[in-house]
Design a protein around this ligand. Sequence first.
Ligand SMILES: Nc1ncnc2c1ncn2[C@@H]1O[C@H](COP(=O)(O)OP(=O)(O)O)[C@@H](O)[C@H]1O
Ligand SMILES: [Mg+2]
Length: 445
Amino acid sequence: MELTLYGRPNPRQAEFFASTAAHTAYGGARGGGKSWAMRRKLVLLCLGYKGLNCLLLRRTLPELRENHVIPLLKELGDAAAYNATERVFRFPNGSRLKLGYCDGANDVYQYQGQEYDVIGMEEATHFTEEQMRFLTTCNRTTRKDFKPRMYYTCNPGNVGHGWVKRLFIDRRMEDGERAEDYAFIPASIYDNEILLSANPEYLRALESLPEDMRRAHLYGDWDAMAGQYFREFSRQRHVIAPFELPRWWRRFRSMDWGYNDPCCVLWHAVDGDGRVYTYRELYVRQQRADQVAQSIIKLSGDEEISYTVASPDMWQKRGAILKGDGFEGESLAELFARGGVPLASADNARIAGWQRVRGYMADGADGKPMWQAFDCCENLIRTLPMLMYSPHNREDAADGEDHAPEALRYGLMSRPNKSSIKELPKRRAYDPLGSTRPAKSFMNQ
Ligand SMILES: Nc1ncnc2c1ncn2[C@@H]1O[C@H](COP(=O)(O)OP(=O)(O)O)[C@@H](O)[C@H]1O
Ligand SMILES: [Mg+2]
């Protein structure tokens, strides 16, 4: 049997083919030929090595079908046998190429315990960092003639923008990551002559996009952040060095509960102008309610905390973990109350809540934002700018690593609307008794 693979790689695609780094990303502009290169690379590996086990992933099934199953069926002809139920291409030399998707946050766990010599993540920025990390644990091999590898294609924007940019563009490595394991090949639509000559309207469509989307999709500019939910968030303006908080400032906490997902607790203080400072965070995984309550109490020390708002579902969710993965017993809210942290139910109106956050990110009368975070709130600062617009609702934020932003939203929803802060009577310059401050009411001082 003879297989003729049509098309020759353009120079960027050739670089992608040649890379043998543990992690190779091909990213940037749309239409540069990334998906083509990913498909072709995996097929070439399957043909080149006997018995190779490859996995190609996309976020959703329709995308997988359109982008890979149909083109692969066409490109491979009878060079590989396709099993549609398993979604596996089997090559005569024993190699297999499995195609998968991870629609829900937990769908990656179906690959638990499996071993793939090569994993390709198409549109890697559509995957969360947790999903990527989990998949790297499946990228292993027992063979001597092959080092396991991951290949990524990516466009700027979406929930995975942060980790792709950190690893491949900014190259800010964290524990256990080695810079030499990460190779990045920038894609430009101008590399893809075939597309440019066959479909010049596509280029014109990209050129006429709004500025930041054009920068992201046409030039592959990773700073443009197409789809970022909080564009107003600025490290310079919203993140400050910790300072001693006056004792008379009101303090409160907010929590987004999670067990397998992170659980985030934020501590906030309010100054006399209604400005909110988020001064501490707790960000933990796989801790029981009583353990989290204990940490909250310990971190709070002798601070006087007025109240703690938390997701309303904590009154429905059970807290005790069964041997399987179910939960039983008292509600999480009850467990927290018993652990010494009574909770108040947060206002969970999402769009209004995000609007409230936006309102607080805006400047007050003195030209300073009405909300700021101490620089020790690392996870909040890291994940706020990563929040993306939801593909399903133009006003909402997408799911992703949103536990700290959610906790912030609950917290600020317990505060007055920023527009009403503006209407407060102006305080006199000297106000020792604070007599011009408005009357306090629960949670809305
Ligand atoms: N080297 C190539 N030879 C033939 N066709 C190609 C080549 N590279 C890309 N194409 C075609 O160009 C179009 C855009 O490529 P694609 O891989 O979908 O881009 P991207 O994933 O970067 O948006 C597709 O129709 C693809 O088949
Ligand atoms: Mg593509």
